[in-house]
Design a protein around this ligand. Structure first.
Ligand SMILES: [Zn+2]
Length: 417
């Protein structure tokens, strides 16, 4: 891949002062789906073993919530900040929470001009908690506001986040009352220095919402009708790595994958907020569930085998694998392994041999570092678990960077001063 300059986005000096102003993409060429640069030795990647973890009682529940996709947008280049009043009824939003009162059907439109390298995460809290209020993220495309996504799910809280890796950008957050009025709701936007990248320098455990993709064709990931945005909070390192891998694969022509659950906005297991936890794990933003690539080049949330229900859950019938792209999925998983932070992945046993074969090919072609090989083959880092015929579960370690075991070897050259 071509190292990308991050000089331009930081000319305002508003971002990344606490993060060392990232050059991570230039110093972390351990994973390269295009080949040729994947040579750094990551050292011993044998995972510590986390086999006691229980996982995934159910796949994403399409009936739990409906999140609407927005229209695709095209980057508009330098006209990133909208003129004042570009969105009728807009009001600028500062750092403090604001109280929202709305008549039935009415909207409040909050404008945020994001600085370069700024993640803008929003949270609306309200009571009664069953109000049908919606929260929409819009982005200025240089000509007009464009809807990126709307969230309407859950009780008492809505969250949505924006991030533009190209630099400054105007976003709007639209709170819209449904059939009932909204009284004394609280809305806040938090700006956090952020960048994509394969390695995290500081503040890596901070819980951040996966930003809504601007364009799945370039961001490399997408949401679906089954996505529940308030369950898409991950550790900073998981969010930045996922975006980095998505954007890199997209640049190589791969279709977007679909991340589903990470953790709830409060770091708890998704579903706890409605009394129906969807997993036994997925706390503190260390886990993520991703859809998988098919041989048809697409990666929607779907099964890659014929399944049967066992006492442990849904499993593939032996020999029934179909339409599975072991090479593309090895690139995706290998990107996480190459980070040195992925300790555990769950996949149905029927899909693992094809994934291993894909990893061997990718290593032979120089598209994955040889150091990830044990993670694919040791039976621990990538192992069978029921209910994983349609996605892979990926866990990052919560160990402090640079302080323990193999991670010290891996990250020492990249630690911030
Ligand atoms: Zn999972």
């Amino acid at each position: 891949m071509t190292p990308r300059s991050f000089v331009a986005p930081f000319v305002l000096g508003l971002a990344c002062s606490s993060l060392g102003c990232g050059s991570s993409e230039e110093t972390s060429l351990v994973w390269d789906p295009d080949g040729g640069l994947a040579s750094r030795d990551s050292g011993d990647l044998l995972p510590p073993g986390d086999a006691a973890a229980r996982e995934d009682a159910a796949p994403a529940d399409a009936g739990a919530s409906v999140e609407d996709s927005g229209s695709l947008v095209v980057d508009a280049g330098p006209r990133a900040i909208a003129p004042a009043g570009a969105r009728a009824g807009e009001s600028a939003l500062g750092a403090a929470p604001v109280t929202v009162n709305l008549a039935a059907g009415a909207s409040a439109i909050f404008r945020v001009d994001a600085a370069p390298g700024e993640h803008v995460g929003s949270e609306l809290t309200f009571a009664p908690t069953d109000l049908d209020v919606t929260l929409t993220l819009e982005r200025w495309d240089g000509t007009a506001p464009r809807v990126l996504a709307t969230t309407d799910g859950g009780r008492g809280v809505r969250t949505i986040a924006g991030f533009d890796p190209a630099g400054a950008r105007t976003f709007w957050f639209v709170v819209k009352a449904g059939a009932r009025s909204v009284s004394n709701a609280s809305f806040v936007v938090r700006r956090t220095p952020f960048e994509d990248g394969a390695t995290c320098a500081l503040d890596c455990a901070r819980l951040l919402q996966l930003p809504i993709r601007i364009d799945p064709r370039s961001d490399g990931y997408d949401h679906a009708a089954s996505t529940i945005f308030r369950y898409q909070f991950g550790r900073r390192d998981l969010v930045m790595l996922t975006r980095h891998l998505g954007r890199t694969l997209a640049a190589r022509g791969y279709a977007p994958f679909v991340p589903e659950d990470l953790s709830q906005w409060n770091g708890e297991t998704p579903g706890l907020d409605v009394g129906a936890p969807r997993h036994a794990s997925h706390q503190r933003g260390k886990d993520i569930d991703l859809s998988l690539y098919g041989a048809d080049g697409l990666a929607p949330w779907r099964s890659y085998c014929r399944t049967t229900n066992t006492g442990d859950g849904r499993e593939c019938v032996a020999g029934s694998i179909t339409n599975y792209d072991g090479f593309a999925n090895a690139l995706l998983l290998g990107g996480y392994f190459a980070s040195g932070r992925a300790t555990m992945m769950f996949l149905d046993r029927e899909l693992i041999p094809a994934t291993r074969a894909g990893a061997s090919t990718a290593i032979a072609q120089g598209r994955l570092p040889a150091s990830v090989s044990p993670s694919f083959t040791n039976g621990v880092a990538l192992q069978h678990w029921p209910n994983h015929d349609n996605h892979v579960h990926i866990r990052l370690t919560e160990a402090a960077y640079g302080t323990s075991g193999s991670e010290a070897l891996i990250y020492e050259p990249f630690e911030a001063p």
